[in-house]
Design a protein around this ligand. Sequence first.
Ligand code: DGL
Length: 267
Amino acid sequence: MKKAIGIFDSGVGGLTVYKAIRAAFPEEDLIYFGDTARVPYGPKSHNTIIEYSIQNSRFLLQQGIKTLIVACNTSSAVAIPALQQLTDIPIIGVIDPGAEQAARNTINKRIGIIGTEGTVRSGAYTTAIQKLIPDALVFSEACPLFVSLVEEGWQDHAIAYSIAEEYLSPLKKLDIDTLVLGCTHYPLLRKVIQDVMGSSVTLVDSADAITAYLACLIPADSDGVSGKDSFFVSDNEDKFARISQQILTDQFGTLSRVRLFESWFQD
Ligand code: DGL
């Protein structure tokens, strides 16, 4: 029986990763879980992010997935070791693919990271980049309101420019040549971020890099049958459906709300 790839995020942001995987693997079944009841994860404590990530992963593991994609930088930054205790299937986070792409791109070894408070606080990108380029200078900035802009569907709104100017002005003074979009919500603000940073800065989106990782890990399902798409959220399915249709445009599978069952909290 065909086993699916499981993907989770705190909300709609991970759909940027989902979309890249769907385009690269048209025959794979994909199951996406967005924890819309508890988004945002960025301002939450380390332990809470780990706890939520474990619960989300348990739900996906109960669906019999073959690979788990942590399409949330905040979870990827702190929870991967805890998730590896749950299962033997491959688990891929978004930090390493993004760090590798940034390291490949930079020429002046000055790299910016934008992400949630949790991701920035973890220092995970700095560690991953400096493993690849020990003398790289990495500058990080938390941009918490970007997540709300995306969850509201306001990525083209004038207010997005004002907020981006405010958050990104310190990075603009640091002569970076590469900026990692270290939150899966941020690629949805790509145009605003690029306009504010200017064309000399290359934006790195881990969604692009993660598909290469996946290709090395899983044998491709090539039965000629288009993969199924199943979406689950923990709340507000109408809002999720509205925003996800803007992001995915042409593709949409089944969408269901799941409750935070007791079983999620048990071994
Ligand atoms: N999209 C998530 C990330 O990549 C988190 C946004 C949030 O829940 O704060 O970090």
